[in-house]
Design a protein around this ligand. Sequence first.
Ligand code: ATP
Ligand code: MG
Length: 580
Amino acid sequence: MSFVTKLSWFFRSRWSPYALAIALMACSSLLAIVPPRMIGNTVDHIRKGSLTSAELTQTVFLLILLAVILYVVTFLWITTLYGNSVLLEKWLRGRLLTHMTKMAPPFFQRNSTGQLMAIATNDVQAIGQTAGYGVMTLVNTLVGASVVIVTMVSLISFKLMLAALIPLPLLAVVISVIGKRVRTRFLSAQQSFGKMNDHALESISGIRVIRSYVQEDADLQAFNQVTTEVMLKNRKVSVLNAMFQPLISFIVGVSYAIGIGYGAYLVIHSEITLGQLISFNIYLGMLIWPMISFGEFINVLQRGSASADRLEDMMVQQSDIQEAYEPVRPELPNTLAMRNLTFTYPSAQQPSLVNLSFGVERGETLGIVGRTGSGKSTLLKQLLRQYPLEPQQLWISGVPIEQIALDHLKSWIAYVPQEHLLLSKSIRDNIALGKPEATDEEIAKAVKMASFTSDVEQMPQGLATIVGENGVMLSGGQKQRLAIARALLMNSEILLMDDSLSAVDARTESRILQHIREERAGRTTMITTHRLSAVSHANWILVLDQGHIAEEGTHEQLMMLGGWYKQQWDRQQMEASLDE
Ligand code: ATP
Ligand code: MG
């Protein structure tokens, strides 16, 4: 029942195809009871010796005609019903993806990629099956069985029908017991399937690391374990399925025995004719399919509703970042300020940022440096609103960031993440990711600003070169500059560069920084780096240490201070001169 309520929106929007399919199914059930009746009549005519050849020809002709009509009607309802089920799958996958694109990083920390994929593939398919095959089996059982039973009673004998169907209640009991088990076992099988997906994803994407550490065998073995688990759990489900079929044959066998034994007794006592007994036995045979159908229905329904629960669990998860009740849209990000900002990752014990306070004016460049793990990336991410933040800690243009409309905030920011993500498309498409309508001139300019031009010229197809999955075709420095070009193309108000120049040489770095300074005059840039030369020109520099601001000031002030910054600077200058 919960399955129906969860999908009521679908059944309501598609009620007419469903009604058509059900009407056609009822039609075919009704038509199917005619032939046995005709066969019984013919037998009685033969017995009485009253069968004429004209009558026989007519009967044979009618039987063939009926078979043809049944074929057409059945074809129609099957296509209608299955059309619904594949449509439902398509809609559900669309909804799921729409939902996932709205989610923030904590959601993806809670739900692994493998589980999400399992839901988008297997579970959605199980739901679609219930809405198609499940509905078919249910209607078949209800309509098919009742038509046959009514016919048996009205045309033959109530007593005989009752006797033959004595074993049926047994079926109902067994089904209700087994049905529940199918559900729990199927849920657990689906969870293992998700785990297997995760493993396969990691093995494939990490194949190069696994190979270089000669861990293929170990990985294969681990994968083997996961697939064995999936197999065992699926086997447990199929054992339950297997228990249905023989049970149904058994019950049908008992029914036949009663039917023929008691039926013969009734014929001898002239309560029914021989022809009626033959018709009755054919009708009994026609009950097998509705009974099998019922078993199948319980099965499919249990799987479908288990999967619908899993899907629902996913869909009810709200994004961890909510739009403000009355979102504000300041015209420009004139100022940017943190006031005692403290931030802890949802999964962490310790805060990664502690009591940060500073301000940046529009047009300024802020440098953020510090040891690895000191919180540089975390600080930049606060502007992207990926994680929930305490209110009133981060302000833009005098408005707390949580009150600014999300799409408005995002339209200001271009972000070059520390781990760049490239799509397996052409270089041009990767650069134009945030601005698909960009002209060739705009792209060429962004490429030039990122000092990427000569690299592109050397590629086999220039900008049209496909970079391979996550940019396998490109060197580390090329990937970085592609990511920079992508961000610069946006020409946005705020540019966040997270250690984006680590893989390019010092000369290229200073060239790119020079371009950025010229091109982005008047707009805000925030740069984190390990190479201090990348921020020496900044208006203000923060030195982070374990989430605190350890030192801050301009390059000159920090050099005067003689702390971590000066030591680091001196060491890097020395290394640079040694290199030369
Ligand atoms: P690096 O120079 O190596 O890039 P960083 O200064 O950028 O380092 P962050 O990535 O900001 O450092 O990490 C700061 C701290 O937050 C680290 O201790 C890290 O373990 C923790 N951290 C980072 N991301 C997460 C996360 N998603 N969940 C929990 N803790 C995290
Ligand atoms: Mg970082």
